[in-house]
Design a protein around this ligand. Structure first.
Ligand SMILES: [Zn+2]
Length: 262
C-alpha cells in the first residue's frame, strides 16, 4: 500500500485530482468538521486515480508502456486474433502492400489456429502476447495468477513459432501494480498505443477512417482488432492515406527500436 501511494504521488494526475478533490470536498463538507473534509477528499482521490490510472494505458500510471515510437513512421497493431475469418484477409492486404504489422494474440485462440499463427510469423509480422485467457477477471487477479496466464500464452506461442515474445499488450488496456510485477517478472515490455481506432465500437467505415487518420502523427502506434469485418474494409483506405501523405508504415520493433523476441 505504501509503495502504491508513493507511486501515485509521483504523478501529475494525482496532484491534479488531489486539488480537484480538495475543492469538491471543501464545497460539500464546508459545514462539517475537518476530518470529514479530509476523508471525502482521500476517497475521491483514491477512486479517481484508480479509474483513470488503470484504465488509460497512455498515462503510464501503474505500468510503463511504450505508447509511441521514437523513430519516424507509424506502426499497425492488431489485437485479439488469430481469427480464422478476419486474420487471413488482413494478412492478404498487408502482403499486397508489403507492410509488416504486429499481432497481439490471445493464447487460448492459438490452440485451434496454429497454422494461421505460423502464417502470420512466416510472412514477417511480429507476434506479441495478449494474455492466454483475455478475461475481465485478470484485472482483479493476483500477481501469481497473472504470471501463470501470461506465461501460458508465451509458451503456447513458442510451441508454434519457436520464439519467446517480449511484447505484451494488456487486455482492454487495463493495468495495475500486479500487472507491472507480472510483466517485469516475465521480462516482457508493455506495449500500448497512441491511436485507438475503436473498430470494435462501430461498423461505419467512413467514421472509423476519419477518426483514425485525424489522430495519426509521427511515431503513432495504431490499435486495430483482427476480429472485425470493418477493419478489413478500412485498412486499405488508411494505407492509401499514409502512402499519399508520405507516412511510412514500419514494423513495431523498428518504430520503437526494441527486439520483439528473446
Ligand atoms: Zn484484447
Amino acid at each position: 500500500m505504501v509503495s502504491l501511494y508513493s507511486n501515485l504521488l509521483k504523478h501529475k494526475l494525482t496532484l491534479a485530482s488531489t486539488v480537484i478533490a480538495l475543492i469538491i470536498s471543501a464545497y460539500f463538507y464546508s459545514n462539517k468538521p475537518y476530518f470529514l473534509f479530509l476523508i471525502g477528499g482521500i476517497i475521491f482521490v483514491y477512486f479517481l486515480t484508480l479509474v483513470f490510472g488503470s484504465g488509460l494505458i497512455q498515462l503510464n500510471y501503474f505500468v510503463n508502456s511504450i505508447n509511441k515510437g521514437t523513430n519516424k513512421g507509424i506502426a499497425l497493431t492488431f489485437d485479439d486474433g488469430p481469427n480464422p475469418i478476419i486474420t487471413p484477409q488482413i494478412l492478404d492486404i498487408l502482403a499486397k502492400e508489403n507492410i509488416k504489422a504486429s499481432f497481439f494474440v490471445i493464447g487460448h485462440k492459438i490452440e485451434e489456429q496454429k497454422e494461421l499463427l505460423n502464417r502470420i510469423y512466416s510472412e514477417g509480422h511480429t507476434i506479441g502476447n495478449h494474455s492466454f485467457s483475455h478475461t475481465k477477471q485478470l484485472t482483479t487477479s493476483s500477481t501469481k495468477k497473472l504470471i501463470e496466464d501470461f506465461s501460458l500464452c508465451s509458451e503456447t506461442i513458442k510451441n508454434v513459432i519457436n520464439e519467446n515474445p517480449l511484447f505484451f499488450r494488456p487486455p482492454f488496456g487495463v493495468t495495475n501494480p500486479r500487472y507491472n510485477r507480472a510483466i517485469k517478472n516475465l521480462n516482457m515490455m508493455s506495449i500500448g498505443w497512441s491511436v485507438r481506432s475503436l473498430d470494435t465500437k462501430t461498423n461505419d467505415v467512413a467514421k472509423l477512417y476519419n477518426r483514425t487518420i485525424k489522430k495519426i502523427s509521427t511515431g503513432s502506434i495504431l490499435l486495430f482488432h483482427d476480429t472485425q469485418e470493418v477493419t478489413v474494409e478500412v485498412l486499405p483506405k488508411i494505407i492509401k492515406y499514409c502512402k499519399n501523405n508520405g507516412i511510412n508504415i514500419v514494423s513495431l520493433p523498428e518504430l520503437i527500436n526494441e527486439k520483439s523476441y528473446e
